[in-house]
Design a protein around this ligand. Structure first.
Ligand code: ADP
Ligand code: MG
Length: 386
């Protein structure tokens, strides 16, 4: 991280010919449990990880906004007066869309100076670790400070979500931004996506001798075009037929009635969301009462529900989960939106190397591309670095 920080500031100076005013960062996130529940106004339990996106920012005397990224060759430039979702595309829609989205929260772009921004990151892109929220949230805290907006973190999370929904065009919920902005070391963020009330829940991994392993399958997901929007539509349809505002209002006890009213596919989509909400509540309670070694079965059950009911897993994710479980993981599940991306496994330190070796072997044996397997540490949320 120290190196990345210095690199980012140096590159900013090289590209823009002056020093940055400051440096901010925001982490990617992993969802411990609670998948596809956020847009159903349900519960999620993500945590911020020790992979971060950095934003070096310098204000300008004019009204230009310029953004560069280690991720892309080109520098994108636009006048603040022209910022609108229609004028944004590609990777720069994330940082510039964030600036635009602030206008929906009372910020007058006529009253603020332009900026130069350089972005650098060690959050893997498209791995389900939300490099998108990391970039949005890093830009959000940077502009909030530089423009002295005084917006609080829950509001900045909503700004990030608007940028992603409207400027980028990905119909995602508010989980990723909340984790990136509200995360703390060795803790998860329990978020009620209806009230937007959140609570930090200690994980106690270190004390329990547990590691979190991420298996990035390398299979790429695509939110804006993939099955994500289709699953979302199924949930809306289920809620409509059941006569509720959202699936948050359906409990496990209501599922028998739901089975009679819904077609098989819609019923299984609904059952995933309803049981997943209950699993999040159970995980929070179990963490508090018994600690992290007791949540394994809930993680495993979550994976089965996503594989069989929500049908968003892929063979690589199933293999990662099963191999981890068979080699000493306490629990494992795919994490993120699905159709690729990563799996997460909770592994006692002493079984770590066994799990790594087994996963590499299993992927090779099945003719799958080599996965990227690494540990993550639950870490603090977005902050000013320099
Ligand atoms: P995920 O959030 O799972 O990593 P997404 O498809 O939601 O995947 O977001 C990835 C997109 O976010 C990239 O294709 C790119 O447009 C943008 N992005 C992420 N990180 C950066 C970065 N450091 N620089 C520029 N663009 C980035
Ligand atoms: Mg994303």
């Amino acid at each position: 991280m120290t190196d990345l920080r210095t690199d980012t500031l140096d590159t900013f100076a090289e590209i823009f010919g002056r020093r940055a005013d400051g440096l901010w960062s925001a982490p990617g996130r992993v969802n411990l449990i609670g998948e596809h529940t956020d847009y159903n106004e349900g519960f999620v339990l993500p945590f911020a990880i020790n992979r971060r996106t950095l934003v070096a920012l310098g204000l300008r005397d004019d009204r230009k906004a310029r953004v560069g990224s280690s991720f892309a060759d080109e520098l994108v430039e636009i006048d603040l007066s022209e910022l609108s979702p229609e004028n944004l595309s590609g990777w720069s829609a994330y940082p510039l869309g964030l600036a635009w989205a602030l206008t929906e929260f009372g910020v007058d772009l006529d009253a603020v100076p332009g900026f130069d921004i350089l972005i650098d990151s060690n959050v893997p892109v498209g791995a389900g670790l939300s490099s998108s929220a990391a970039i949005e949230c890093a830009v959000a805290v940077a502009l909030n400070d530089a423009w002295q907006l005084g917006l609080d973190r829950p509001t900045l999370a909503r700004v990030g979500q608007r940028a992603e929904n409207v400027a980028v065009g990905a119909p995602t919920g508010i989980m990723d931004q909340s984790a990136s902005l509200l995360g703390q070391a060795d803790a998860a963020v329990f978020l009620d996506c209806r009230s937007l009330v959140s609570e930090v829940v200690p994980l106690g991994l270190e004390a329990a001798g547990l590691e979190i392993v991420i298996i990035d399958t390398g299979v790429e997901h695509a939110h804006a075009t993939g099955g994500y929007a289709e699953r979302r539509a199924s949930c809306e349809e289920g809620a409509r037929v059941l006569g509720v505002e959202s699936l948050r209002d359906v409990s496990v006890a209501d599922l028998d009635r739901a089975r009679d009213l819904l077609d098989d596919v819609t019923f299984r989509r609904v059952r995933h969301v309803v049981t997943e909400n209950q699993r999040v509540l159970d995980t929070v309670r179990t963490l508090r009462e018994q600690g992290p070694t007791a949540i394994g079965e809930l993680l495993d059950a979550s994976h089965v529900s996503m594989r069989d009911d929500f049908e968003i897993s892929v063979p690589e994710l199933d293999l990662a989960v099963e191999t981890a479980q068979a080699n000493g993981a306490i629990g494992a599940r795919m994490t993120g939106g699905g159709f690729g991306g990563s799996a997460i496994a909770l592994v006692p330190s002493e079984n770590l190397s066994r799990v790594f070796v087994a996963i590499d072997g299993a992927f090779a044996e099945n003719g799958f591309g080599q996965p990227d397997v690494f540990t993550v540490t639950p870490s603090e949320g977005a902050k000013r670095e320099d």
